[in-house]
Design a protein around this ligand. Structure first.
Ligand SMILES: *[C@@H]1O[C@H](CO)[C@@H](O)[C@H](O)[C@H]1NC(C)=O
Ligand SMILES: *[C@@H]1O[C@H](CO)[C@@H](O)[C@H](O)[C@H]1NC(C)=O
Ligand SMILES: *[C@@H]1O[C@H](CO)[C@@H](O)[C@H](O)[C@H]1NC(C)=O
Length: 281
């Protein structure tokens, strides 16, 4: 009991420092240090009783193969926008650092909301939905969380109506994560490449009309193939029932049924958000 109290008060102390110290928060500037450079790592609290040999755990799989992280780590090189081959660039800064006399380290980030593993809200492609407030805060957590099917799609085609038909996804399946050639080509680790696999308009239409799928997950930053970029997004988002999660990391996971858990940030007014997704066996 005494030990527990001690640990608890240590925790509180950390919390106090992080929350209430009068840290000056500067805006990100290009000359400040990158917060995840050489000394990237474990942001433990200074008052931690074990202060030595801290090696941060980095995992893709947790609990002996029960939990899979299907979220990509943010990196400066990851593909960002469709118009440039440049990556995301620096998105994390450390305006307050203990090395420079602050009481705590406090990073700041600046990131396009459609970067990495992220979710699209209806306002992404429909201006009247945007104006009406159909942002990521309005997305249904019951769609983003629940039983999900991970399927492999044929590697030689984009996702057309014929491909959708051939997958034979039974009625009643509400969440599907589509693994494609994008995963094999490791496209999320490369500069933007418009030859990624995605839904063609007729494939999206077929899904809407012939399945009960409400969560559509894909392994690149767009659910729609480049040639049908706008039409496929429109087909999915128009009904405001289907949620699109893009940029999933689906490597080395057996196809089959899992529980998916996806949680976007509560960004009021944003038509997209980075999202943390995991699969549980
Ligand atoms: C600390 O301050 C120095 C001098 O202003 C600056 O060059 C350095 O980047 C700062 N370091 C961090 C981690 O902010
Ligand atoms: C605080 O940031 C510095 C970089 O300025 C880093 O070396 C150090 O490990 C960080 N400390 C904690 C407690 O995270
Ligand atoms: C998918 O479509 C893109 C254009 O949107 C094309 O470049 C690519 O080759 C197609 N992929 C396959 C496997 O057919």
């Amino acid at each position: 009991m005494v030990m527990q109290m001690k640990a608890f008060s240590l925790l509180l102390l950390c919390f106090d420092i992080l929350t209430f110290s009068p840290l000056s928060l500067a805006t990100p500037s290009s000359d400040s240090n990158n917060a995840y450079g050489d000394d990237s790592g474990y942001r433990s609290c200074r008052v931690s009783p074990k202060g030595h040999d801290l090696v941060p755990p980095r995992r893709e799989v947790y609990d002996e193969g029960r939990i899979f992280d299907i979220t990509h780590t943010f990196s400066e090189d990851m593909p960002s926008s469709f118009d440039t081959s440049r990556g995301v660039g620096q998105f994390l800064w450390l305006p307050s650092s203990m090395k420079n006399g602050s009481l705590a380290n406090m990073s700041e980030m600046k990131l396009p909301v459609h970067t990495g593993t992220h979710v699209d809200a209806p306002g992404h492609f429909f201006d009247h939905y945007f104006d009406a407030g159909f942002d990521v805060d309005s997305l249904d957590l019951a769609v983003l969380n629940g039983p999900a099917l991970l399927v492999d799609v044929p590697r030689d085609k984009n996702i057309t109506a014929d491909v959708m038909k051939s997958l034979n996804i039974p009625r009643g399946v509400r969440r599907v994560l589509f693994r494609t050639l994008n995963t094999d080509r490791r496209l999320m680790w490369k500069e933007f490449d418009s030859s990624f696999v995605g839904f063609m308009k007729d494939g999206a239409k077929w899904l809407v009309e012939n399945t009960d799928i409400k969560l559509v997950g894909i392994d690149y930053i767009s659910v729609a193939a480049y040639d049908d970029l706008i039409p496929s997004h429109l087909v999915f988002l128009e009904g405001r029932e289907i949620i699109i999660v893009e940029g999933l990391k689906l490597d080395d996971i057996k196809p089959g049924i899992y529980y998916v858990h996806c949680l976007p940030l509560r960004l009021r007014g944003a038509e997209g958000s980075p999202i943390r997704c995991i699969l549980i066996k």
